[in-house]
Design a protein around this ligand. Structure first.
Ligand code: NAD
Length: 522
């Protein structure tokens, strides 16, 4: 017979965790002081198991799994388990008190917390044997999401982490080992997905456009529709907690637009209104251009980077300036862009600079900005930016060219970075900072982001596909033009580019001395 697992708290997470443990053949004690919570949990677990059985996902009848879950209102009963996983409300004192009592009742039990924002080490500090405490951070819904962050506190015994990783694997989960830092891994690295989207919205870009562009990049949902699903209050609390835990680091600063909606009670789907109103919810995505232009204008594509390569491989283009109608400049560094063939309209990549800034040195040539983030697929949306001086022939040429090849274009208010790239660049920078701090290994980091958030690619592998140097130069440009510290490239990214390294997998998270060490370059 398998070891008994106790789950404390029969709410959203507790009942999911209990269901997973029971499905994995463990006898489960589900503890909650409120009988109504227990009753509701058993009903919901039963209904969910029934659905799984109907889909052929359950190896035994739902009743057999349910029979292994014993509801309980006494902590003494819950203490008789090898593993105790608490999923009670997110209050430090409550979690400390419960686990301390459990530790006294059964000093042999392994005590796990499902906290998403509190420090595992702080919870463990109240327990007599803090080395027996670790974090098991499940994602909602726990019975479906495969990712579990296994969090070692500062005093957690190393063997416990190994045991927990094995246990989670035996439950069919994909555990990643992460360190006890604010937001752990996924909740921290994902912050710019919301934070930068809010910034862009605050700078005048419509939320619908931001959502469409991010979906076009392969994200399962746009940031605004996702905030509506999560709950604006829950998302705002996560942002605030990471911001405070890092002592006001500007990268994590929550946005007043979100706070405004929270205090107004516009919390998302659960209240019928958040960023959108439900029903109907977010507007449908724009259809691709119906009548492609025939005989589209040919550009001369400039730049060595993967975007330039992808455009050359995908679309017809001119090999010489003489045969081109316009220049499509994919280079990132401003100084390089000044060296552009004269006499042709210029459509220039905005990853590091706004169209207005790019137009300044090219007086006499019409200039428009564009952004398109690889990997380019049929649903990729092309962002077009007229400079502040207004639309011009360059913008129309770019629109005709990309629409001729089946891409939706959106003309947006001028700002540096573009929507998709700016959000992605900050996700990459955040992932690099988590890597530099040893929060997880490069492979685990990418895997966790794909599993925990549904990102089409992990941020580190995405950076490798874009090349690290253009990402670094773009961040430098953003920091210079926007004048804000939140865009400063992480020193590890600078060091990697300086060292000529192109792949994060050549870094091991922490050497003997606790520092990032560099293995040989690719
Ligand atoms: P919830 O409010 O749905 O459930 C909490 C449960 O705890 C309720 O059933 C309540 O009756 C019970 N409870 C209250 N006081 C208790 C006590 N003294 N002893 C035992 N049980 C008590 O909350 P939730 O969303 O399931 O969150 C639980 C924990 O999981 C929190 O730490 C939260 O941060 C974390 N978490 C939540 C999510 C999520 O998406 N909801 C995801 C990951 C982690």
């Amino acid at each position: 017979m398998k070891e008994t697992v106790s789950v404390l708290g029969a709410g959203t997470m507790g009942r999911g965790i209990a269901q997973v443990a029971a499905t994995a053949q463990h006898p489960v004690v589900l503890y909650d002081p409120y009988p109504a919570a227990l009753e509701k949990a058993l009903l919901e677990i039963g209904a969910d198991l029934k659905k799984s059985a109907e889909k052929g996902r359950l190896a035994e009848p739902p009743e057999a799994v349910l029979a292994r879950i014993q509801p309980s209102q006494t902590l003494e009963e819950a203490a008789q388990a090898a593993w105790v996983i608490e999923a009670v409300p997110e209050k430090l004192e409550l979690k400390q008190e419960l686990l301390a009592r459990l530790g006294r009742l059964n000093p042999k039990a392994i005590l796990a917390t499902n906290t998403s924002t509190l420090s595992v080490s702080a919870i463990a500090a109240a327990v007599e044997a803090p080395e027996r405490v670790l974090g098991l951070h499940f994602f909602n819904p726990a019975q479906r999401m495969r990712l579990v962050e296994v969090v070692g506190g500062l005093r957690t015994e190393a063997a416990l982490i190994t045991q927990a990783l094995a246990l989670m694997q035996s439950w069919g989960k994909e555990p990643v080992q992460v360190s006890d830092t604010p937001g752990f891994l996924v909740n921290r690295v994902a912050r710019p997905f919301y934070g930068e989207a809010l910034r862009l919205h605050g700078e005048g870009i419509a939320k619908e456009h931001i959502d469409w562009i991010m979906r076009g990049l392969g994200f399962p949902m746009g940031p605004f529709e996702l905030m509506d699903l999560i709950g604006l209050d829950v998302n705002y609390a996560a942002s605030t907690s990471v911001y405070q835990a890092f002592y006001g680091e500007p990268r994590y600063r929550p946005h007043p637009l979100q706070q405004q909606r929270v205090v107004a009670g516009l919390l998302g789907r659960k209240t019928g209104q958040g960023w959108y109103t439900y029903p109907p919810g977010p507007p449908p995505r724009p259809a691709p251009p119906a009548t492609p232009h025939t005989n589209p204008p040919l550009p001369l594509i400039l730049g060595p980077n993967p975007l330039a390569q992808a455009l050359r491989a995908r679309f017809p283009h001119a090999e010489t300036p003489e045969r081109a109608r316009f220049v499509l400049d994919c280079r990132v560094v401003l100084e390089r862009k000044e060296d552009t063939p004269p006499g042709l309209p210029v459509v220039s990549l905005v990853w590091g600079h706004s169209a207005s800034r790019l137009a300044a040195p090219l007086r006499g040539q019409p200039v428009a900005g564009f952004s398109l983030v690889p990997p380019i697929g049929p649903s990729s949306i092309v962002e077009l930016y007229p400079p502040l001086s207004g639309p011009n022939p360059a913008l129309e040429l770019a629109r005709a060219y990309f629409e001729a090849h089946g891409h939706t274009t959106l003309v947006l208010p001028d700002q540096p970075g573009g929507v998709g790239f700016r959000i992605l660049a900050l996700l990459i920078n955040e992932a690099v900072s988590a890597l530099a701090e040893g929060v997880a290994s490069p492979a685990d980091l990418d895997r966790a982001m794909r599993l925990g958030t549904g990102y089409p690619l992990g941020p580190l592998e995405w950076a490798e596909q874009l090349w690290l140097k253009p990402v670094l130069r773009a961040l430098e440009g953003l920091q210079a033009e926007l004048g804000e510290d939140r865009y400063r490239p992480h020193p590890l990214l600078r060091r990697m580019v300086a060292a000529g390294l192109e792949a994060f997998r050549n870094l091991s998270p922490k050497g003997e001395d606790g520092q990032i060490s560099t293995k040989e370059a690719r």
